[in-house]
Design a protein around this ligand. Structure first.
Ligand SMILES: Nc1ncnc2c1ncn2[C@@H]1O[C@H](COP(=O)(O)OP(=O)(O)OP(=O)(O)O)[C@@H](O)[C@H]1O
Ligand SMILES: [Mg+2]
Length: 381
């Protein structure tokens, strides 16, 4: 008799996991909480608590039948809490609390502790989170991304006759976008139509972020998002393992006629007026889904990402970024998240999405990295 496929084993053991798996949903902590840090430091990313969405995830996992799901802050208390709570698996809904490269802190702790997690390994989390690193990698493997320059403010002021600037932008007649290498919600992202104004805006963004600054060619066409995760998908509670990565929620972000940069969701929540799921016959849909699957394969991605994409004047798609921790807010009457906008068309609800991500990650571990989940064997018997 052949060995049972890891996916079939997981599905057969799902009730055991629901009953016994101890899950921590990890969110970025608060520097002022007791024991959170030794000294308070800077966070190069603009701060936002991911705790409300962590609660959505916890409640969703509970609704999907998992009995032991708790919230833990991503701070210095985390290793000890993981031990005390006998956590089997972590769900990382955090981009870190302070310091450089903070999005890698939580996955690094999990690697160190030997705890499997839903999230990206430290190196990939950083690659995706640092727009300039992602873009260099994308360029090197032939994925389309707008031409760009990275400016290090430590070197002083950028001049537009600097050879580095000229190498990229000589001959470019369009506008520019100046933005932080690590950001969120369109904060500190500027459209600059005149070349001579670029240096001043670069300086301003550097002063604000004390990190490198990106100058990109402005893509003037429509803007899209698309989500992609691994091949395990749950629809109406029924898990299946497909042949390729699961690309979904191809969405157009609606820009007002005078809106060059998509307005921050801190200011305008995502709703039907701000974004629409692309209907099946929209010509942009198939290329977007194909691009997302390609990114997933080429960068060996093993957890959900959301690509932000924009077309140039000729309609060619360019990847602006691949978000390693896309917003997973549960849709309600006040708004939704770009990732959840296309779920209904897939025959999926919020719990289906969470279960898909969890089972896909477990499927990867059981199939390819079994030693990391050896402690879960007891639940799968
Ligand atoms: N090269 C570009 N061409 C055209 N528009 C751009 C470009 N870069 C950024 N934008 C606009 O600025 C917005 C924010 O940029 P980007 O997605 O790179 O940063 P972010 O702040 O991390 O975004 P998010 O809201 O997804 O966290 C985009 O949604 C888009 O509207
Ligand atoms: Mg973005």
């Amino acid at each position: 008799m052949g060995a049972i496929d890891p996916f079939d084993r997981l599905v057969a053991g799902l009730d055991g996991l629901r009953e016994g798996l101890r899950v921590a949903v990890v969110y970025n902590g608060d520097k002022d909480a007791q024991g959170a840090v030794i000294h308070k430091g800077r966070n190069p990313r603009s701060e936002k608590s991911y705790k409300p969405v962590a609660k959505d995830i916890r409640n969703g996992l509970r609704a999907a039948g998992f009995r032991h799901v708790m919230l833990l802050p991503d701070d210095l208390t985390l290793p000890e809490r993981l031990r005390e709570e006998r956590i089997d698996l972590a769900w990382l809904n955090t981009a870190g609390m302070q310091g450089y490269d903070a999005i890698a802190h939580a996955p690094a702790v999990m690697e160190l502790a030997g705890i499997p997690y839903v999230g990206h390994r430290p190196l990939l989390a950083l690659t995706l989170d640092s727009k300039q690193v992602f873009k260099r990698e994308a360029q090197a493997i032939g994925l389309p991304t707008p031409p760009f320059l990275v400016w290090d403010g430590v070197r002083g002021r950028l001049e537009t006759d600097d050879p580095a600037f000229r190498r990229v932008f000589d001959g470019w007649e369009g506008g520019f976008v100046v933005k932080p290498v690590i950001g969120r919600a369109s904060l500190n992202v500027h459209h600059v139509s005149e070349r001579q104004d670029v240096p001043e805006v670069v300086e301003a963004v550097y002063r604000e972020t004390l990190n490198q600054v990106l100058v990109e060619a402005f893509m003037e066409g429509p803007e899209y998002c698309v989500a992609v995760s691994g091949p395990v998908v749950v629809r109406g509670g029924r898990p299946e393992r497909g042949a390729e990565p699961f690309a979904f929620s191809a969405v157009e972000r609606r820009l007002a006629p005078d809106e060059a940069i998509f307005t921050s969701m801190d200011l305008k929540p995502i709703d039907g007026g701000r974004a629409r799921a692309l209907p099946p016959d929209d010509p942009a849909r198939a290329p977007l889904l194909a691009l997302a699957r390609r990114v997933h394969d080429d960068l060996q991605i093993r957890c959900l990402v959301r690509l932000d994409v924009r077309a140039d004047a000729a309609g060619r798609l360019h990847i602006l970024e691949a978000n390693p921790k896309p917003d997973l807010k549960r849709p309600d009457e006040r708004g939704t998240s770009l990732v959840c906008l296309g779920l209904a068309a897939e025959g999926m609800g919020y719990e289906d999405l969470l279960l898909s991500l969890l089972l896909d990650r477990l499927d990867h571990y059981v199939r390819n990295r079994p030693s990391v989940v050896a402690h879960l064997e007891r639940l799968l018997e």
